[in-house]
Design a protein around this ligand. Structure first.
Ligand code: DAH
Length: 340
């Protein structure tokens, strides 16, 4: 029996050392130490031994069991460690590989230019205000002295929602909304979307953007208007830019003017951008009509004011040399990425 035990000890130790998976080791545990295993088989025969032999063989059997048990645990641990090492090796990260940069968003050219607008006007003491795009006829036209029969309505193809509600065709209604709420001194700009039933092409869009400006205070004159707008244009396009004012007509200003700036591309010599003129029309402006002030409950004997309206698209296109307005709306990343 002793030999049989020694035999088991030897075979088990060899097989365990050779086992190459945790499953194989477990099978060996069952084979040697299990209820029907080889060692148990031997122990069952202990009864046949003499009283002297029994404790000796018993002790040996225990020793063999412990030894096999110990080897099995050790081998299991070894295999588990090896498996872990192999897995870690497979998952190695090469820190020298160039990283993937996460895509970063940026500001649309509208916002880049609008932020400059805001900086310039905030620096001159203006507030930025905003109002509804779905507007009452009352604010968009009536209070600006453009009654239903006025020919000025023909030039602005309006999207009507009902007879009295429309998509605003201009930001000028913000003059009225502001004067109804605030008392002079007033200094505001009001940027926002406006809508006109225009077909889309390189220079037109049914949705575009304007920035309205309004100043009302005691003693405001046309030279305040000229000075402020000239400073603004020079800050936006550079100190060498020149401006000129041409008489014009708007129902809500008197006198009214349009302001041109010297072509940013040719500096005034004449090129394809300014169609050989050397000048580019940039905004409409004028002294707020006394009737408009009175409409808003402001004493036109005491207060005067000026107003202006600029199309943002034009300014953005000239700033970056963009020749097709549609590029600004299509959200093509190849285009937008150039600005950030
Ligand atoms: N509302 C005019 C337009 O859409 C622009 C404009 C002209 C605004 C003169 C003004 C102004 O405030 O005084 O064409």
């Amino acid at each position: 029996m002793k030999e049989a035990l020694e035999q088991i000890r030897q075979t088990a130790s060899q097989l365990i050392a050779a086992a190459d998976s945790e499953k194989a080791v477990d099978e060996l545990r069952v084979r040697f130490l299990g209820k029907k295993g080889e060692l148990t088989g031997i122990l069952k025969q202990m009864g046949k031994l003499s009283a002297e032999e029994r404790p000796v063989v018993g002790a040996l059997a225990n020793q063999v069991r412990e030894e096999i048990d110990e080897r099995i645990r050790a081998r299991m641990k070894e295999l588990a460690n090896a498996a872990l090492t192999a897995r870690l090796a497979g998952e190695t990260i090469d820190v020298t590989l160039p990283g993937k940069r996460p895509e970063q968003g940026g500001l649309h050219p509208f916002h880049l230019v609008l932020n400059d607008f805001k900086d310039i006007f905030l620096g001159m003491g203006f507030d930025v205000v905003s109002g509804p795009e779905v507007e009452l006829d009352h604010y968009n036209f009536e209070m600006l002295t453009i009654p239903k029969t006025h020919p000025a309505r023909d030039t602005q193809d309006t999207f009507y929602i009902t007879e009295n509600i429309l998509l605003r065709t201009q930001t000028s209604g913000m003059q009225i909304r502001t004067m109804e709420k605030r008392k002079p001194p007033i200094r505001i700009i009001a940027p926002g979307r406006v809508y006109r039933s225009d077909a889309v092409d390189a220079t037109h869009s049914p949705i575009f953007h304007q920035i309205e400006g309004l100043v009302v205070d005691e003693g405001i004159t046309f030279s305040d208007l000229k000075g402020t707008l000239e400073v603004f244009i020079k800050k936006l396009y550079g100190p060498d830019t020149k401006v000129r004012f041409r008489p014009h007509h708007f129902p809500y200003t008197e006198p009214s003017a349009e302001m041109d700036m010297s072509c940013f591309k040719c500096g005034g010599k004449g090129c394809s951008m300014c169609k050989g003129e050397g000048w580019i029309e940039i905004l409409g402006c004028g002294m707020v009509h006394p009737k408009v002030l009175e409409n808003c409950g402001i004493d036109s004997e005491k207060y005067t004011g000026y107003a202006f309206g600029i199309g943002l698209e034009r300014v953005v296109m000239m700033r970056y040399g963009i020749d097709d307005m549609r590029l600004l709306y299509e959200n093509d990343l190849r285009f937008l990425k150039q600005f950030n």
